[in-house]
Every structure is written in structure tokens, then in C-alpha cells.
Design a protein around this ligand. Sequence first.
Ligand code: TUI
Length: 310
Amino acid sequence: MKNICELLNTKYPVIQGAMANITDSLLAAAVSNAGGLGIIAAGGNNPEWVREEIRKCKSLTNNTFGVNIMLLSPFASKIAEVVVEEKVKVVITGAGNPGPYIEAWKKAGIIVIPVVPSVALAKRAERAGVDAVIAEGTEAGGHVGELTTMALVPQVVDAVKIPVIAAGGIADKRGVLAAFALGAKGVQVGTVILTSNECAVHLNYKQKILEAKDTDTIVTGRKTGAPVRVLKNMMAKEYVRLSEAGAGLEELEMMTLGSLKRAVIEGDLDRGSFMAGQISGLIKEIKPLKQIFEELFLDLNSYKDSLKVF
Ligand code: TUI
């Protein structure tokens, strides 16, 4: 079986986590040029935007890159056609079951890798013919499932024959090593890439991650069925308070409308939605992508010696 670097044609077995409104063609190309798999996040954008970004990315890198399709998007089915038309090499899916699209993507020769929050979905995706799965624990930022990376990854590894890529709570080489110890063959990282030099988010967003400690994230929307992990701020705390007091979906949605853009573009510390993982407390400086990837995989084999138990 091909390893992840061979499958994705990358230097490192690392996939850049898709981050809506953040990871566009510029960042995806920078990641692919630095040795990882860059991913354009379609997010809630329309198919024309996605097509343009794919074309820009092709002009910025000769390396493989991919597109993440967020399946809650009303544009998902149209974007599913765009990736075929534009001959995208890798498609990652998130926030839903990619089943209906897999046959068409595989027919087009696309490498398909869904993010899965459970063994059941991993098995279903394998049966439908995907190439690998990303098992993402609830430590991750953004839309999250229930299980932790530590519990999810080995159970998915035992349940499927295809390669498993671990995600959620990974930001340094100890996390990478732990993921491989659990049976993963690669990792997906998001929060640590958000703080890279190359990432164009508002400096307040990066600063908020650098200042965060372990307990500084909160999950909003658990009650309404769209759990999203964000850094705590005035709006996030207010959202959870109102939600627990029984506020309606409409009121909650009004409050968060446009909040991701307020974080990413304006750096609005009070009313922005700063999606980030629980590992934010580990990230202490802004670094170039090349250094981030080198450090994630530096001397991993020799590091094993310090893990000797007996
Ligand atoms: O998708 C993500 N993370 C995201 S998407 C996103 S954009 C957004 N913004 C506001 C509200 C909602 C989304 C921000 N962060 N991660 C991958 C992921 N996928 N985590 C969990 C899942 C998942 C959940 C349920 C995958 C499949 C699934 O299937 C349910 C089913 O249909 O069986």
C-alpha cells in the first residue's frame, strides 16, 4: 500500500486543515510549496469563487493541492461538479456524509478523503470507495464531533483497511508521534498553520491563539446541532449563555451572522468567531510554514528512544 506521501505526492505526510474564509489559493499554494498538502476551503463560498481559487492555485504551485467541500454548504453539489471540471487531484469533505458524490469523483480519478467523526462513517466511506479517511477528534477547531482524537483514531484504524490520517489537537512533533503510535499514517493540522507567517488572517486572530491557554476554547451550538469550537470571547460566551437559557435558533444565528469574517478580516475581538483547536495553548510564536513542517517531523525516529517504557 502507498504511504501518504506517495498517495498525495508530498514531502511530508501532512494535510493542511481547511479553514473557511482563511485557507484560499494563496495559503494552499504556500502549504503545497512548503511540502504539505495545501487545501482550498470552499466553506460557504459559491462555485464560481471556488473555480477561480483552483485556477489561481494552479498558477502558484506545481505541487499537488486539494479542495475541501463543506457539505453543510448549499453550494456543495455544484462545487462537487466544479472539482471534476477543474481536474482537482484531491478532494476532502467535512461536516457531512460524502456518499452521494464519491462515485463521480472516483470516476474522474480524484483522490477522495472524507473527514469522519466516527467509526460508522469511516466504514461507510470505505465501502463507498474512498482512498483514506481523516479521523478528526473534538480537540479540533471549527465544526466538531464528540469523540477525542485519542479514542477515535485507534478505533477507526482497527475498523478500516485504508490509511487513516489523524486530526484534532496536533500542533507539534509529540502530537505527530502520538498519532502514528495510534496507527495513523499522516496528520492534518489547522490551528498551527493559522499562525504561520504565510497565513493572511488579521493579526488579532493570530495573537489570540498565541495568548490562549488550554482551557480557552468553548463549543457553541451543541444544542442546535452545529457544534463549533471557538476561542472564548464575549460573543461565544453570550451565545452559550443564551442557548442554555433556551434562545431560538433565529436569535442565535442573528448574533453570529458574519462573525467569522469579523474575526478573519476585521480582527473584532469581541464579536468575531475565532475558530481554533484546544491545542492553541501550545502555540507560542508565528513561524514560516517551512519551519513548522520541519519541526513537526524533525528526528521523529530518534524521538522514539525517549518513549522507552521498560
Ligand atoms: O468540517 C469541519 N470543520 C469545520 S467546517 C466549518 S464551516 C462551518 N461554520 C459554521 C457552522 C458550521 C460549519 C468550520 N469547521 N471538520 C470536519 C468534520 N466533519 N468534523 C466533524 C465532521 C462530520 C460530522 C458529521 C463529518 C461527517 C458527519 O456526518 C454526519 C452524517 O451525515 O452521517
